[in-house]
Design a protein around this ligand. Structure first.
Ligand SMILES: Nc1nc2c(ncn2[C@@H]2O[C@H](COP(=O)(O)OP(=O)(O)OP(=O)(O)O)[C@@H](O)[C@H]2O)c(=O)[nH]1
Length: 200
């Protein structure tokens, strides 16, 4: 439970998925309202912050946008460790990226925070004429694995706002009741271990 006064939650959010699926584009759309047709591939990872208000609760997302290229795979645990939420992205025009998304989900199930809010995102829905992964396939996989599922387009902004707001709502719901009322200072010492960081 979160206290009735105004509350602030800081939550680490990691974005994973194959290269070129649109991870950076989705985050840029959400944080800056921008989209680039020629978005450069991420090297290592990029960091962004954005605040979302859910009723009287403010969620500050610390977003780690990871690099999808295989050579950066070994860095990923550094970014999903301690995360409150994860977005796993695939490109609806690329079946290989869907297979890769499943691998990420398996990895998170094995090594991620057990309370991780995980969302499967099918991006580039504006390219439906080139679709290789059917909606039902994505939905079915998400259902079987207890994940939320969103179809988005970073290009047109379809569902991007809803995606991050839904994650914020879920994060607010799973904030452990023991953390309600804790002071930021107290939590800072344990920040490495904690999934959330609250002020009340
Ligand atoms: N049509 C369309 N193109 C998109 C969309 N999202 C991203 N793109 C394009 O796809 C390409 C790759 O996008 P990025 O955002 O760099 O993908 P990424 O997953 O961050 O890639 P890595 O950094 O290599 O892991 C870019 O040319 C984007 O413009 C979308 O929703 N629709």
């Amino acid at each position: 439970m979160v206290g009735s006064k105004s509350n602030n939650i800081q939550a680490k959010l990691v974005v994973l998925g194959d290269m070129g699926t649109g991870k950076t584009s989705m985050v840029l759309r959400f944080v800056k309202g921008q989209f680039y047709d020629y978005q450069e591939s991420t090297i290592g990872a990029a960091f962004f912050t954005q605040i979302v208000s859910i009723n009287k609760v403010t969620v500050k997302f610390d977003i780690w946008d990871t690099a999808g290229q295989e050579r950066y795979h070994s860095l990923a645990p550094m970014y999903y460790r301690g995360a409150a939420a994860a977005i796993v992205v695939y490109d609806i025009t690329n079946m290989v990226s869907f297979q890769r998304a499943k691998k990420w989900i398996e990895e998170l199930q094995k090594h991620g925070n057990p309370h991780l809010v995980t969302v499967l995102v099918a991006n580039k829905v504006d390219l439906s004429a080139k679709r290789e992964v059917e909606i039902e396939e994505g939905k079915q996989y998400a259902k079987e694995n207890g994940l939320q599922y969103f179809e988005t387009s970073a290009k047109t902004a379809e569902n991007i706002h809803d995606l991050f707001h839904e994650i914020a709502k879920k994060v607010v719901q799973v904030v452990p009741s023991t953390m309600s009322g804790m002071k930021l200072q107290t939590l800072t010492q344990e920040k490495e271990k904690s999934f959330f960081c609250c002020t009340a």
